[in-house]
Ligand binder design. Sequence first.
Ligand code: UN1
Length: 514
Amino acid sequence: MNKDILKNLGLSKIKKDGFYPSVLIAKDYIYSKGNKKSVFSPINNERTASFRELKAHYIDETLDKLHKSFKQWRKVPAPKRALLISEIKTQAIKNKKDLAYLITLESGKIYEEALGEVQEFIDICDFAIGLSRQLYGLSITSERYKHKIIEQWYPLGTISIISAFNFPMAVWAWNAMLALVCGNTILWKPSNQAPLCALACFLLVQKALKKFKDYPQDIFAVIIASRKASKNILKNKKSSLISATGSVAMGKKIAPIIAKRLGKSLFELGGNNALIVCKSADLDLALKAVVFSAIGTAGQRCTSLRRLFVHKSIKKVFQEKLIAAYKSLNIGNPFEEKNIMGPLINKKSYENMQEALHLIKKQKGEIIYGGERILQKEETNSYYVKPALVKINHKALIVQNETFAPILYLMDFENIKEAIEMNNEVNQGLSSSIFTNDLKEAELFTSIFGSDCGLANVNVGTSGAEIGAAFGGEKDTGGGRESGSDAWKNYMRRLSSSINYGNETILSQGINFS
Ligand code: UN1
């Protein structure tokens, strides 16, 4: 581990007796007393951090503090809040390489992708800064004489963000920068596999806040907690919105807990993303997109490509190209520039992949390439694998579920209607793509008769979305939208007002009540 980087980011300073704090809010750090929990890098299984298990009451106390500071923060005008975001952005740019180092260290994604993730953080800062002067409401015509209707947007409260290991900074930033500029305070529970990324972002925000002495300093907290203790985040009414990223299974577990108190949630859950390669497609363009979408972040993005539908007439040649491309991939230490794919996050993930490969064979699938572990020179408990290519029937049970690993299912189709039907037949609905030079096919795919996902791209792969559009998906993916477009509305409450500026009482719907 690079100690200088930890020092630069201020992490070494907050370590006490070998442990990092489990709760951080302003200058208050809590080093709890519970059992020791350590975190290991997927790269070589080196211990990266240790914490002590947190008692759940700390979560409620932190939410109380954030609720209090919300009352101060919401008073700061949005364009002035954006000054803080601007400073956070400056800090992110300044520390881009160090932050990317932590992302690679904890998630195992290659350094180039990690730099991209920090860039996503920087981009959303820009977006939030611009947004600070565009939190528009509406003025609506009234049916009543000398009446008007307006809609305004106000800060919501405390936004609790639950994020996953695969995007340990960007997903937080999408939520947090919008939530902050909208006048909310933030509680962040990062993945227990990527706590250092969260601590570094916390310190970076605190550093930015120091420049604004008259702003409340306790508007952002990080909590490192077990699943059990984290339940209090869901149960507590002071979590005005729970924004959660993770698997469909995780969403199904936490949704009833939030719903029980009629709380608000924003879910961005698993995908089962498909890409269609049509007869007219530019095959080189398609090939690059397929490879990046399927093996980027070692197939551990919610937007990773899982299902590939190739037109029957080009199936053979495309499959050959794909196998050749897969064979040429360098897999190994994600810090080394020559490598295009790093390890899986942990042993469990490797076991899940192997279990899926076993089921594939049982369900009459054929593994035509990869799937096996690549043992390292010095054996550590790290799990590098060759990405797998599998021929299977689109109806096979295994294809219906998201396996969070680099397994790509190959299937073919005869006509576009059939391909779209296959695209839409799974329960998840996050991302989808079509590669075609036929205008009608492209338009059909993005039309009401086309993909039923939240994202439907043309000649662009399933992953690697920009922050400008609303990001998220339909069906089991949870329906939430984060980052661009009008996703900011999730972090605000809407107030509708009818205003009478005349001298008469007029009831709506023409009701006479005199
Ligand atoms: C995720 O995997 O949870 O579109 C987010 C992408 C990234 C974000 C993925 N911009 O692949």
